[in-house]
Design a protein around this ligand. Structure first.
Ligand SMILES: [Zn+2]
Length: 331
């Protein structure tokens, strides 16, 4: 689990809030939403809610609630509108009128409309790896001149829109993620509150999981026998991330990441060699400086330490490098 944060709220998102408020006004005045193919009338509860959202900055405030405030919003919403709690817990075949209205407004006519800046959100976070697992690569290509944008990631509704339709466009409910993390076996539409998941937006830092090479008795003796002489174990450092580890199957997924572990071990071995040490010492002398552990790591693995969002498997690599450094005999 890697912490993510916006440097500032993307302007495209702020513009979208204004646009969406205009749509709510139009629906409220007309008493209905949608086009001929799927027009629905606003139920009384929905009208009440829309009237509240149209007052001063209420819509903006709600859409910009931070990740740790979203459970409070859910509680308050379900307290005011108990039908939504029933829709969420029991998932009845026929959902309430309020659910249908909110799903239509926030999801079908909000999140799904081409004007919703989903690509810009992914781009503004600057991720190159899935924040849930740090295992899947995220690619965002923007050929603005040609009007072409490509991304291989999904914008996950941290609180699924099937259960929390009114959070379908909330900024801190949208987490760019890889496809594996967002599929049925992992997260998809599992109830976030029931599962007890933490959002990457809520984390204090990215040290919640620690990866360790567990060595057999004889230790690692060669590149060829690496995979049979050790394994990878995941430790959950932050207790409130146990459920994330379970739902995203972190231990199982990392137990097979032996190729990257071997690459880190191999590069570290290369750095341990006498020739390399001599060269490093000469370089330090010539430059009148001492390289820090982080600089050494960065130059060898091409991974920026602590900026785990920039490379997939970067946390695993950093942890193993750190472990091997501790095991290195002091000369
Ligand atoms: Zn992932």
């Amino acid at each position: 689990m890697i912490k993510i944060e916006y440097p500032s709220v993307p302007q495209e998102y702020l513009d979208y809030i204004d646009h969406f408020k205009g749509k709510i006004k139009k629906w409220y005045d007309a008493g209905e939403m949608g086009n001929k193919a799927g027009k629905i009338s606003l139920c009384d509860e929905c009208k009440l809610l829309f009237r509240f959202l149209l007052k001063s900055d209420n819509l903006k405030k709600l859409l910009l609630l931070t990740a740790d405030q979203l459970p409070v919003l859910i509680n308050e919403t379900e307290r005011h509108f108990p039908v939504l709690k029933n829709d969420r817990i029991n998932r009845p075949k026929t959902r309430s009128n309020l659910y249908l209205c909110l799903n239509k407004a926030f999801y079908s006519l909000g999140y799904c409309e081409p004007l919703f800046p989903d690509f810009k959100l992914t781009q503004a976070l600057g991720l190159k790896a899935c924040p849930y697992c740090n295992e899947e690569e995220i690619i965002v290509w923007d050929f603005e001149d040609e009007g072409l944008t490509i991304k291989n990631s999904e914008l996950d509704h941290f609180y699924p829109r099937e259960l929390y339709p009114y959070l379908a466009i909330s900024l801190y409910n949208l987490v760019p993620s890889g496809k594996i993390c967002n599929q049925g076996d992992c997260k998809h539409n599992k109830d976030t509150l029931v599962e007890g998941l933490k959002s990457p937006f809520e984390l204090p830092d990215s040290e919640g999981f620690l990866f360790e090479l567990v060595l057999d008795k004889g230790g690692i003796t060669s590149y060829d026998t690496f995979s049979t002489s050790c394994g990878i174990e995941t430790h959950v450092v932050y207790k409130d991330l146990y459920d994330n580890a379970r739902v995203f199957r972190i231990n199982l997924r990392y137990s097979t990441e032996m190729k990257q572990a071997r690459r880190v071990w191999s590069l570290h071995k290369h750095c341990e060699a006498e020739g390399y040490q001599k060269m490093a010492a000469q370089k330090e002398k010539a430059l009148g400086t001492t390289f820090t552990f982080d600089q050494w790591f960065e130059s060898e693995l091409d991974i920026i330490p602590h900026d785990y969002n920039k490379h997939k498997l970067s946390k695993l690599s950093m942890d193993i490098w750190r472990q091997l450094e501790k095991m290195r005999p002091v000369v």
